[in-house]
Write a protein that binds this ligand. Structure first.
Ligand SMILES: *[C@@H]1O[C@H](CO)[C@@H](O)[C@H](O)[C@H]1NC(C)=O
Ligand SMILES: *[C@@H]1O[C@H](CO)[C@@H](O)[C@H](O)[C@H]1NC(C)=O
Ligand SMILES: *[C@@H]1O[C@H](CO)[C@@H](O)[C@H](O)[C@H]1NC(C)=O
Ligand SMILES: *[C@@H]1O[C@H](CO)[C@@H](O)[C@H](O)[C@H]1NC(C)=O
Ligand SMILES: *[C@@H]1O[C@H](CO)[C@@H](O)[C@H](O)[C@H]1NC(C)=O
Ligand SMILES: CC(=O)N[C@H]1CO[C@H](CO)[C@@H](O)[C@@H]1O
Length: 455
């Protein structure tokens, strides 16, 4: 069960749950009464979205509560706890914390069962702090997934405490936690050898030390996101690549100290890589060429890298037969001839992003002519594209479903209007078309323009 604590209210409830749990533990459950429901449940199951009533169990519980003296043996609490837990798992956090856990001590303990705290999404909750993580840790929940993205109140201490008590942690997501540094990630690396996913984008205090720890201890790692962690360098990346041969997804962005050495290291050490992104890194063709070794490469993002030549791109497309998405936006060395080769050789290619590349109508025409797989083409900001390219690709391609023409100013809007009618299976994206679709969606959702002319 995925635990989502969307808003402040439910967050406070969760805190309440945790502190209730701590109280129970303090008293070592000595006062826990017989496992019967309270005579006077302090809360009716009247959650607006049904809650327990849906399953009919709420009624049963209530009845048992009312007649518990007489018919104790019929109490819902005589069900095996595994079944009660199953029932409770259908409630939302709010219902569990505010209603079910107030029924009686037994239910309160059930509501605190570790299974409800295995996957915790605390992202965006400013109230989350180290104390909460320490509390979660102290209850030895063996959390398997946690997301603390945008939690500014969490520091290295809290995360380290959680790490040391949750050896089974597998997925750690902590975007934009700029206050966190090497201490927390190193603690996770040393205490949680089962980690498969580490997304720490925008933690700019991280250094190679933490990456080395991951490489040393986390050989199960499959999915890592280190975008905008500006301090990491090739040294850390090489250590990570060597220690994590099972890596399948690697996403970097604007890591200005990550160069071709890192690209070569991941290509040589991580043969299972499928998703690779180096957007805005000082990476060149000399590094990218090593990616041809990755036979399972499926998604490649080479937007805005320092240097990329057409020959290298063609070689990658020829060698990586599973490549389905290729992003070459923002590079002037990508020309018509290069796109033609991509269209001919990319047997599995479905998505091709060419925003702000040096292409003309010939590139679009070649895609229509040679590719039977490409569904998405984005040629936005390619100023040389005209009506002819847009019309011909729409006409000749059987696979095309999306054509991005944002700010292709030589393409007339009337032409696009005609294409929209003629080829309804293709979505054409221009400023006008996108506005129209937005309006249509608004109408569908019940919005209507105010046509009253009083002012
Ligand atoms: C947080 O992480 C969980 C689990 O990885 C994910 O399901 C959820 O969408 C994430 N939330 C945000 C806001 O990224
Ligand atoms: C925590 O969970 C992991 C993975 O499920 C398991 O291997 C480990 O034994 C658990 N540890 C404890 C203390 O429950
Ligand atoms: C590539 O993927 C296939 C099919 O998913 C798998 O059998 C093979 O082991 C993978 N190859 C590598 C080098 O990971
Ligand atoms: C690749 O680009 C270079 C430099 O722009 C050019 O000289 C060469 O002809 C191009 N190769 C192909 C196959 O288009
Ligand atoms: C429509 O606009 C007028 C003038 O701005 C305003 O007085 C009126 O309340 C608006 N009607 C609705 C339904 O929003
Ligand atoms: C971001 C960018 O434009 N990168 C490169 C694209 O290609 C040209 C021509 O090869 C390079 O000079 C750019 O640095």
């Amino acid at each position: 069960m995925h635990l989502n604590l969307p808003r402040l209210a439910s967050f406070n409830l969760a805190l309440l749950c945790l502190s209730l749990g701590v109280q129970v533990c303090k008293r070592k459950c000595s006062e826990v009464q017989r496992c019967t429901p309270c005579k006077q449940p302090r809360c009716a199951f009247a959650a607006p979205d049904g809650g327990l009533e849906n399953g009919g169990v709420g009624g049963g519980g209530g009845e048992a509560a009312r007649s518990s003296d007489a018919a104790d043996h019929l109490s819902i609490n005589h069900l095996p706890s595994s079944i009660l837990l199953k029932v409770l798992s259908h409630l939302t956090v709010k219902e569990r914390c505010l209603c079910a856990s107030l029924v009686c001590k037994y239910w309160r303990d059930l509501c605190l069962d570790f299974q409800f705290w295995k996957q915790i999404d605390l992202s965006g909750l400013q109230q989350v702090n180290d104390d909460l993580l320490v509390k979660i840790a102290s209850r030895r929940q063996n959390v398997t997934e946690i997301n603390i993205s945008d939690c500014r109140g969490v520091h290295d201490h809290g995360v380290s405490s959680l790490a040391s008590h949750c050896p089974g942690l597998q997925k750690y997501t902590a975007y934009r936690c700029k206050q966190l540094g090497d201490t927390s990630l190193s603690a996770l690396a040393t205490h949680c050898p089962l980690l498969v996913k580490v997304h720490v984008g925008n933690q700019d205090k991280l250094t190679d030390d933490a990456l080395k720890k991951l490489g040393e201890h986390c050989s199960e790692l499959k999915d890592i996101h280190l975008g905008q962690c500006y301090s990491i360098t090739d040294e850390g990346m090489v250590a990570l690549a060597r220690g994590c041969p099972k890596l399948q997804r690697l996403y970097l962005q604007e890591n200005k100290l990550v160069t071709d050495r890192s690209v070569q290291a991941v290509a040589e050490n991580c043969p299972e890589l499928q998703f690779v992104g180096f957007m805005g890194c000082p990476v060149t063709s000399q590094g990218v060429i090593h990616l041809t070794a990755l036979r399972n490469l499926s998604v490649l993002d080479l937007r805005h890298i320092s240097e990329l030549n057409n020959e290298t791109v063609m070689e990658v497309v020829r060698k990586c037969r599973d490549l389905s998405s290729l992003n070459l936006c923002l590079n002037w060395s990508i020309n018509d001839r290069c796109v033609e080769i991509i269209a001919k050789e990319g047997r599995s290619l479905k998505e091709l992003y060419l925003v702000s590349c040096k292409i003309t109508d010939h590139a679009l025409i070649a895609i229509g002519q040679y590719s039977s797989t490409i569904e998405t083409v984005d040629a936005g900001w390619c100023k040389d594209i005209t009506d002819q390219g847009a019309t011909q690709i729409a006409q000749s391609s059987k696979s095309l479903r999306y054509l991005g023409l944002m700010r292709c100013d030589k393409v007339n809007e009337e032409t696009v209007e005609r294409l929209v009618v003629q080829y309804p299976h293709i979505v054409f994206s221009t400023v006008m078309q996108d506005c129209k679709r937005t309006l249509e969606r608004a109408y569908q959702m019940g919005w209507s323009p105010n046509t009253s002319n009083t002012s």
